[in-house]
Design a protein around this ligand. Structure first.
Ligand code: NAD
Ligand code: GLY
Length: 373
């Protein structure tokens, strides 16, 4: 078992527990960490219909389970209304606790329901996708999409506890593993800027590839199968960096922007392909390549680091042939409408040295366009 803490002010710090098989102990962990004085609180699990089928055994242990439709397109006001309606009909009280059991969509929606129902109740994250285990379950960003854009309605609401069971990744398909890997690789490129202890995650991710490819005495195998033996370590390292950044800058006044490395380009890829062709992590992977190209053209990094980094992204199978010819004008327009644009300046997190990034708002438009895939 590995344990981390997100350190926050006003008694809001919370633990993150990472353990193979943690799901089997979830009830005990909940009581250990949330067992409130006087007791009597109830749990309301929010999940989706797909996960509810796969994990029906786990859910049997809970009296109140709310199942939403599966998919990003249901991350909207209607689903929010449904969730809060179910909570209110079941007479949720301020002392009760919501449990978000699922990927990032469930986590963001359940978190926002917890932020708003009865003006706020406690909630716990039990993430079940790689992306949600390494990123969205930690840090308190909650909300849903609006017709005007993604994640435009929401609030910062930190959970009380995060329970991560890497075993749940066994039922996840490869595409969803890859989307999580996009975020995992992000941590390798921002490590020195997170203020975290030294992991040298970049080299570790390289050495894992070597093991799988039979280099250095390892047996040749399937990358995604082999990663199963390393999830606990990969998740722990990733979440350590996320927790460190969130502890320093909870509401994204500055440092937290580095977690968006690759995302301004990536969001544009998602937007111009109508959020259908690529998953979030695939788009972020393409976005990171574009950020590296921008940094190289701006002479922020040298050729060696550029090649090493792009090779790593490619070797993890995150870049596909179809990512070679995006419409540059459409991409640039989409980047200009990103919610992080201020005073018409496109803000980009760019690598400045190996494993170090900085936020820039002065990259000339022609150079950005020239760096697109
Ligand atoms: P998701 O929640 O849509 O889950 C992906 C798919 O996997 C779904 O079909 C889901 O039903 C299925 N699934 C989940 N767990 C499973 C399991 N263990 N076995 C089998 N199938 C399973 O997608 P996601 O990638 O987890 O999250 C994406 C969302 O997260 C986006 O809405 C994004 O905006 C949000 N996000 C939020 C933050 C944050 O900080 N709050 C950060 C990054 C992304
Ligand atoms: N996923 C980016 C953040 O939490 O800030």
């Amino acid at each position: 078992m590995k344990r981390l803490t997100v350190n926050l002010t006003e008694g809001r710090s919370y633990p993150i527990i990472i353990k193979e098989g943690a799901l089997n102990e979830a009830k005990a962990l909940l009581e250990e960490h949330l067992g409130k004085e006087g007791g009597g609180h109830r749990y309301f699990v929010i999940t989706n219909k797909t996960i509810a089928k796969i994990y029906s055994g786990f859910l049997k242990g809970f009296e109140n389970v709310i199942r939403i439709d599966d998919g990003e397109k249901f991350k909207n006001f209607k689903t929010f209304e449904y969730i809060t309606g179910e909570l209110l009909k079941a007479k949720i009280e301020r002392k009760d606790c919501i449990i978000a059991f699922g990927g990032g969509v469930v986590g963001d929606m359940a978190g926002f329901a917890a932020a708003s129902v009865l003006r706020g109740v406690d909630y716990v994250q039990i993430p079940t996708t790689l992306l949600s285990q390494v990123d969205s379950s930690v840090g308190g960003k909650t909300g849903f999409n609006h017709v005007c854009g993604k994640n435009l309605i929401g609030a910062f609401k930190q959970p009380k506890l995060v329970i991560i069971d890497p075993k749940t990744l066994d039922t996840l398909d490869i595409r969803q593993i890859k989307t999580g890997l996009g975020e995992v690789l992000k941590y390798a490129f921002i490590e020195k800027s997170t203020g975290c202890e030294e992991f040298n995650f970049f080299n570790r991710l390289k050495s894992l590839l070597n093991e799988v490819n039979g280099v250095n005495g390892g047996a040749k195998g399937n990358l995604y199968e082999s990663l199963k033996n390393h999830w606990e370590e990969i998740i722990y390292t990733s979440v350590s960096m996320k927790a460190s950044v969130v502890s320093k800058d909870e509401c994204e006044k500055g440092l937290r922007a580095i977690l968006n490395f690759g995302h301004t380009f990536g969001h544009a890829v998602e937007k111009i392909t109508n959020y259908k062709k690529y998953t979030h992590g695939e788009a972020v992977a393409a976005g990171m390549v574009m950020a590296f190209q921008t940094a190289l053209k701006r002479n922020l990094i040298n050729e060696n680091y550029f090649h090493d980094a792009v090779q790593l992204i490619s070797n993890y199978g995150l870049i596909s042939e179809s990512m070679k010819n995006f419409n540059k004008e459409k991409m640039f327009d989409a980047m200009k409408s990103d919610k992080k644009v201020s005073h018409s300046k496109i803000k980009l997190v760019l690598p400045v040295k190996p494993l170090e990034v900085q936020l820039f708002d002065d990259t000339e438009a022609p150079l950005i366009k020239d760096s697109l895939l």
